[in-house]
Design a protein around this ligand. Structure first.
Ligand code: HEM
Length: 218
């Protein structure tokens, strides 16, 4: 990645300064934390829902047939994708974003003066009972085509929305699904009951002390 960035040239044939390169590398490396957080919460949820883990293991057996997961498997890993979507619903790695209107604006009955801070929270929207039945429950099977088409825009937005939507959106989904498949194909996680899991709502939604598990080979 760094080599590609160092070789990149703009329309005038000019490369990036050391400072720009550093900024780009920092941006990309920090973004990996979101995918790592998504996977951590997914392992936590699967350890607490053996029936979902069993269904996942079953799909991995059928689709992968013992092979390492690769890009061409991605569209066939329906339940694995649903697990990641449901995990990011309950524990959105980016749990709120902010916006600042450039000019005064009315949104229905709400007046938003130019320059005010607006917080839009994935955590809040993803748990609204009018859109998600049993909002606090981990139900990967809710993610079928009919449900997704019925969901109003901007209700589920783990990657943000609009012109500033995450540019790593599709890459992150693929990365998370294939990593989950590769790990769960070989290992089973049990939560270490001697440690507790505490949510740390920092810039990203982290487990404060990590998530301790006992790893067993399948
Ligand atoms: C599960 C993983 C990820 C989640 C949940 C996530 C979430 C988000 C969200 C919510 C935003 C919008 C922020 C806003 O509107 O203020 C965003 C922006 C962005 N993301 Fe991601 N992201 C993920 C992975 C990645 C990856 C892997 C990359 C790069 C390789 C990436 C690169 C970016 C960049 C560059 C922006 C800024 C886009 C812009 O402002 O035009 N993200 N991400």
């Amino acid at each position: 990645m760094l080599s590609m960035l160092m070789q990149a040239r703009d329309d005038d044939g000019i490369g990036m300064s050391d400072e720009q390169l550093r900024d780009e590398v920092m941006t990309i490396s920090c973004r990996y934390e979101t995918t790592a957080n998504a996977l951590s919460w997914t392992f936590y949820l699967l350890a607490r829902h053996p029936e979902a883990e069993e269904k996942l293991a079953d799909e991995l057996g059928r689709v992968l047939e013992g092979n390492a997961p690769a890009f061409h498997h991605f569209p066939h890993l329906h339940f694995t994708q649903s697990v990641i979507k449901e995990s990011m619903r309950l524990y959105p790695p980016v749990w709120w974003i902010s916006r600042e209107p450039k000019e005064d604006v009315w949104l229905d009955d709400y007046f938003l003066p130019a320059g005010c801070d607006i917080a839009l929270s994935q955590w809040v929207m993803h748990r609204r009972p009018e859109y998600f039945t049993e909002p606090a429950s981990f139900i990967p099977d809710r993610w079928n085509r009919k449900f997704e088409e019925s969901l109003p825009s901007y209700v589920y937005f783990p990657f943000g929305a609009g012109p500033r939507i995450c540019i790593g959106n599709n890459f992150a989904m693929m990365e998370a699904v294939l990593l989950l498949a590769a790990i769960m194909q070989q290992f089973h996680f049990d939560l270490d009951i001697s440690s507790s899991v505490v949510i740390e709502p920092s810039i990203t939604l982290r487990p404060e002390q990590g998530i301790y598990v006992v790893i067993n080979k399948r």
